[in-house]
Ligand binder design. Structure first.
Ligand code: SAM
Length: 283
């Protein structure tokens, strides 16, 4: 029976094992059963699912996952937590704990070993590597159904933002190319031990089978997007002209924008994903 969502039990485990909380690994342990239930519900876990959990910590969410999924693979970098996970996950025979850095792991291989079935990723992510983890899963073409994760509130807002808003940027476009983002819960700092200095949110990213826009060359599209937001106060023609790696003159960008019916002075933040894809085709 999952028992770690209750703060006293988490505190008891931390004390008994003399856990030194590693800030460098972004360790903020969840201690709120309602938040845990909400994450599991948003991820829609069933016995058919193989779940990849990134950073199980003490095993709090892992217990919830193990009680609902067919299989759980939990990848934890901190080897000091492994004996704790062995204890807290002992009642479950459908959990595999791997002591490794998720950024160095062959996750595609892991999915292939399990018959290539799309994985559901569920995690309370270490905030210092949120973007590389999520973009790594997408870019390495890991077979995925969805990613349901706790992230910094500000990052969740950026993932969901649309054109013309302050939060809109390269991360919004990159995430929205691969998946449909939805913020499913806001989570205050008092739901964690220790309390993080920022607000958090649970975001669910449902993977598209085919991207919502057609990009002839994904790499080119993303280089263009990155350059457009590197200098977001500048016009798009100037931002792209100032990125030597692209080799696109201001004039060429202005001509492409004219063909698209956009003003020469437009900024990157005004263009939606479809317009970036068209611009990338024209350039
Ligand atoms: N899932 C636990 C919970 O909700 O209480 C812990 C979440 S805590 C925010 C993030 C976890 O990710 C920590 O256990 C941390 O040690 C682990 N972690 C940090 N960097 C990692 C990495 N590169 N690979 C795997 N795990 C990592």
């Amino acid at each position: 029976m999952a028992n770690l969502g209750i703060p006293q039990n988490t505190i008891e485990i931390l004390r008994r094992h003399h856990v030194v909380i590693q800030k460098k690994y972004g360790q903020n342990f969840l201690i709120d059963t309602r938040v845990l239930d909400r994450i599991i519900q948003a991820a829609g876990i069933t016995r058919e699912d193989c779940v990849l959990e990134i950073g199980p910590g003490l095993g709090t969410m892992t217990q919830y996952l193990a009680e609902r999924a067919g299989e759980v693979v939990a990848v934890e970098i901190d080897r000091n937590l492994i004996p704790i996970l062995e204890e807290t996950l002992a009642p479950y025979d459908n959990v595999t704990v791997i002591n490794q850095d998720i950024l160095k792991m062959d996750i595609r291989g892991l999915a292939e070993e399990r018959g290539g079935r799309p994985l559901k990723v569920v995690a309370n992510l270490p905030y210092y590597i949120t973007t590389p983890i999520i973009m790594g899963l997408f870019e390495k073409n890991v077979p995925l159904e969805s990613i349901t994760v706790m992230v910094q509130r500000e990052v969740a807002d950026r993932m969901q933002a649309g054109p013309g808003t302050g939060d809109y940027g390269a991360l919004s476009l990159a995430v929205q190319y691969y998946a449909k983002p939805e913020i499913v819960a806001n989570v205050p700092p008092n739901c964690f031990i220790p309390r993080p200095g920022v607000g958090s949110a649970v975001v669910r990213l449902t993977r598209y089978h085919t991207p919502p826009v057609q990009a002839e060359d994904e790499e080119k599209l993303f280089s263009l997007i990155r350059a457009a937001f590197n200098q977001r106060r500048k016009t798009l023609a100037n931002s792209l002209g100032n990125a030597p790696e692209l080799g696109i003159s201001r004039e060429r960008t202005r001509q492409a924008l004219e063909k698209m019916g956009l003003p020469a002075t437009v900024r990157g933040e005004a263009l939606n994903l479809e317009q970036f894809a068209e611009l990338s085709r024209l350039l």
